[in-house]
Design a protein around this ligand. Structure first.
Ligand code: GAL
Length: 372
C-alpha cells in the first residue's frame, strides 16, 4: 500500500523519516536503490539503482540514477548518470540487464569519477556475477561504460593456503557438505581460471588514496576484498578472502579511529535478515566479527528493521558521525522500495543501530560526541 503524499512530504525537509516515501525536490520518490554516496566540492551525490514498477522492475530500464544534496535531507534529481544501452544492441549493459549497487569514487590523480557496479548480463538471471566499471569527467555523468569481468582470473588470494592451491576440493550440486566445501575453497578453485564471481559490492577509498572493491563472491558465500589499480578502473592482483563460507552480502565499509568496520547482511535474497558487523586493524587481514549491530525488538534484530545494508556514509566536517543506509526492498514493485537511514553510533567499541521514527543530524552529532 502506498501512503498518500501529504503537504509535509512536499515541503523542505529538516529531518530523516526512515521507511517513508522520500520525495526529491520535484516531489517524486527518490529512485536510487542499493546506493552509495560521494561527497564532492561541498555536495553529496547519491548514486543508486533506477527501478521501475511491477515484478520485473529490478531490471535496468534506464541505468544508474544520481541525486545531489547539500544537507542530506533534500535531494535534487540529477538524472541518469550511466544510461543503459539500447535493447538488442549487444552491449553488456543493454536495457534489461541487471545493474546493482553502483558506487562512485573520485580519483585525485586522473580527476575522473569512477563507478563500479554489479552486473548481470541480460537474459542470464544471476549467472554472470560480474563487476563492471564506468568513468566520467563530471560527477553527475554521463558515465562511459568501460568493461565488465570476473576478477582475478589466474590469481590466488593472498590468504590462500598451499592446500587451496594444490589439493582439489570438488563440489557437486546437492552435495550435503556443499557449504563446507565452498568454505574450503571449492568455488575459489573452480573459478581460478575464469575469474572469481562478483555480486553485491561496495568501494572504499582509504586515507592514502588506495581504493578497495569489496564483493560477495563464491556464490555469495565468501567476501573478496581487492585492491584497485591507481586509476581505480581495474583490479590489481592483490585480494583476500574474508569470512569463507560466512554468507555475507550487502557489504558497507567505513573507517573510524584508524580501524575498519564492516556491516553486512546475511544471504536471503530480497527478504531481510539479521545484519552483521566486523572490525579490523587492516583492510586486507584480521577481520573479526562483532555480531548483530541492531539493538531493539527481536523483529528489528532479525530483519535489520526490514532492510538490507547498502552504505555507511561519513557525515562531512563532523568527527565520527556516520549514517547507516539500507534498502527496504519491494520486489513486487521495486520502484516503491524504501530507504532506511539511521544514525550509526558506537557502544563498547561496536557499531550500533537503533530505530528512530524521525531524526536529525544534530542528534547524530550529540550521540557521537562522547565517543573518541
Ligand atoms: C540480494 C542482494 C541484492 C539483489 C538480490 C537479488 O541478496 O543483496 O542486491 O542481488 O539479492 O535476489
Amino acid at each position: 500500500m502506498t501512503a498518500p503524499i501529504t503537504a509535509q512530504h512536499l515541503s523542505v525537509k529538516k529531518s530523516f523519516r526512515p521507511g517513508e516515501l522520500w520525495l526529491d525536490t520535484d516531489g517524486k520518490h527518490i529512485n536510487a536503490h542499493g546506493g552509495g554516496i560521494l561527497f564532492h566540492k561541498g555536495k553529496y551525490y547519491w548514486f543508486g539503482e533506477h527501478k521501475v514498477a511491477g515484478p520485473d522492475g529490478n531490471k535496468a530500464m534506464a541505468g544508474v540514477s544520481c541525486y545531489s544534496s547539500k544537507d542530506l535531507y533534500n535531494w535534487k534529481n540529477e538524472g541518469i548518470a550511466l544510461a543503459v544501452a539500447a535493447e538488442n544492441s549487444g552491449s553488456e549493459i543493454e536495457k534489461g540487464a541487471v545493474i546493482e549497487r553502483p558506487k562512485v569514487i573520485y580519483n585525485e590523480k586522473t580527476k575522473k569519477f569512477v563507478m563500479w557496479f554489479h552486473l548481470e548480463l541480460k537474459g542470464q538471471g544471476y549467472n554472470a556475477a560480474r563487476t563492471a566499471v564506468a568513468v566520467a569527467d563530471k560527477v553527475t555523468g554521463p558515465y562511459t561504460y568501460l568493461k565488465s569481468f570476473r576478477p582475478h582470473a589466474g590469481v590466488w588470494p593472498a590468504n590462500a593456503t598451499e592446500a587451496h592451491k594444490t589439493v582439489p576440493v570438488i563440489v557437486k550440486d546437492n552435495d550435503p557438505a556443499w557449504e563446507q566445501k565452498v568454505a574450503d575453497g571449492a568455488l575459489l578453485q573452480r573459478d581460478f581460471e575464469g575469474g572469481q564471481m562478483s555480486r553485491d559490492m561496495t568501494l572504499f577509498v582509504d586515507d592514502d588514496g588506495t581504493a578497495y572493491h569489496i564483493a560477495a563472491s563464491e556464490e555469495n558465500r565468501t567476501l573478496h576484498i581487492s585492491k584497485l589499480t591507481d586509476d581505480y578502473t581495474g583490479f590489481t592482483d592483490e585480494y583476500v578472502r574474508v569470512f569463507p563460507g560466512g554468507r555475507n552480502e550487502a557489504p558497507a565499509i567505513f573507517k573510524k579511529g584508524g580501524k575498519y568496520f564492516m556491516i553486512t547482511s546475511g544471504l536471503t535474497g530480497w527478504a531481510p535478515n539479521a545484519a552483521r558487523s566486523a572490525v579490523s586493524e587492516h583492510m586486507m587481514e584480521g577481520w573479526k566479527q562483532l555480531g548483530n549491530p541492531v539493538r531493539g525488538t527481536e523483529e528489528e534484530k532479525n530483519t535489520t528493521f526490514s532492510s538490507q545494508s547498502t552504505f555507511v556514509l561519513p557525515v562531512q566536517g563532523k568527527k565520527n558521525a556516520f549514517i547507516f543506509m539500507a534498502d527496504r526492498w519491494r520486489p513486487k514493485n521495486p520502484i516503491d522500495g524504501r530507504y532506511i537511514w539511521l544514525p550509526l553510533i558506537f557502544e563498547d567499541g561496536k557499531p550500533v543501530l537503533k530505530w528512530q521514527e524521525e531524526w536529525t543530524l544534530d542528534t547524530l552529532m550529540q550521540k557521537n560526541e562522547s565517543d573518541d
